[in-house]
Design a protein around this ligand. Structure first.
Ligand SMILES: C[S@@+](CC[C@H](N)C(=O)[O-])C[C@H]1O[C@@H](n2cnc3c(N)ncnc32)[C@H](O)[C@@H]1O
Length: 272
């Protein structure tokens, strides 16, 4: 995974480790209830489910619990350390965690439901990825993707200009790399184009308020993202601008920030 993908991946919720060495500990604390809450209405006993980009599988193991002993859940992730950690932590009978790029995943038995949280934001081959999912679903099987619209993030009050500039460059860097900055909101069109129907949309925003314990640290995620030098190395921003953005943003988060809202949607549909 690229440095920035790694940085954002591991800091979405908590601390940073750009090497990824301790990154899995972040995912271990995620739960279906907190971090993919809208999916619960799609989960029924007996379902066979695939979770794409499952991290260490901490949400996946909650899915396994809800589909029960007559159901089966496979989580795939292309970061080996996450899967290794998940295998140590989650010894669940009807859960299997596999280290693999999901584009290479093959199965004899297809799935009733394929889910993916916060992973499609990093995928630059969207059409190929959706076609792959379609090929892994049973007829009338269901797809659920939970993801961001990075263009609609809201900070109150306004963030310092230096960090706004870094963020604008971050979106440009992502776009140039073929990633969709508003994937969470574009999924409806993408699903329609790929012939899915019965589309359902659920708001899944993540909202952080200064007054709640730990939320200032979560608001500081963007300083952690700016901790990566990748955008400097690729000529999107100077190192001085990057360091200024970190200093100004941390100061803003400590002294001025009231809230930050990351915009997310879960979009569900059926293969016809
Ligand atoms: C932001 S994390 C989300 C983890 C988990 N779903 C969650 O919501 O906490 C994105 C995950 O997608 C994985 N990933 C990215 N591209 C992938 C691919 N092509 N195949 C499998 N996993 C992928 C990364 O390794 C990372 O663990």
């Amino acid at each position: 995974m690229c440095q920035i993908c790694q940085a954002v991946t591991v800091t979405e919720n908590k601390v940073i480790d750009r090497t990824g060495q301790n990154a899995s500990s972040i995912f271990n604390q995620r739960t279906l209830e907190q971090d993919y809450r809208t999916l619960k209405s799609a989960l029924k006993p007996g379902l066979r489910v695939l979770d794409i980009g499952c991290g260490s599988g901490s949400i996946t193991k909650d899915i396994a619990q809800l589909v029960g002993p007559t159901g089966y859940v496979i989580g795939v992730d292309n970061t080996e350390s996450f899967i290794a950690e998940g295998k140590k932590l989650f010894d669940v009978e009807n859960l299997e965690l596999i280290h693999m790029d999901f584009l290479d995943f093959e199965t004899e038995e297809k799935f009733d439901l394929i889910v993916s949280a916060r992973t499609f934001q990093w995928i630059s081959t969207l059409d190929k990825a959706i076609d792959k999912i379609k090929s892994l679903l049973k007829p009338n099987g269901q797809i659920s993707i939970l993801d961001y619209n990075h263009e609609a993030i809201n900070w109150t009050p306004k963030i310092p200009e230096s960090m706004q500039n870094f963020y604008n460059m971050f979106l440009m860097w992502r776009k140039d790399a073929g990633m969709n900055n508003r994937i969470g909101f574009d999924l409806i069109d993408i699903f329609e184009e790929h012939g899915f129907d019965q589309i359902e949309i659920f708001n899944a925003d993540e909202h952080y308020e200064r007054m709640f314990p730990g939320h200032v640290e979560k608001i500081k995620v963007w300083s952690k993202v700016a901790g990566s030098k990748q955008m400097v190395e690729e000529g999107y921003i100077s190192d001085a601008e990057r360091l200024q953005a970190i200093a100004d943003y941390n100061n803003w988060a400590d002294k001025e920030a009231t809230s930050m809202t990351l915009k997310l949607r879960e979009v569900r549909a059926r293969a016809n």
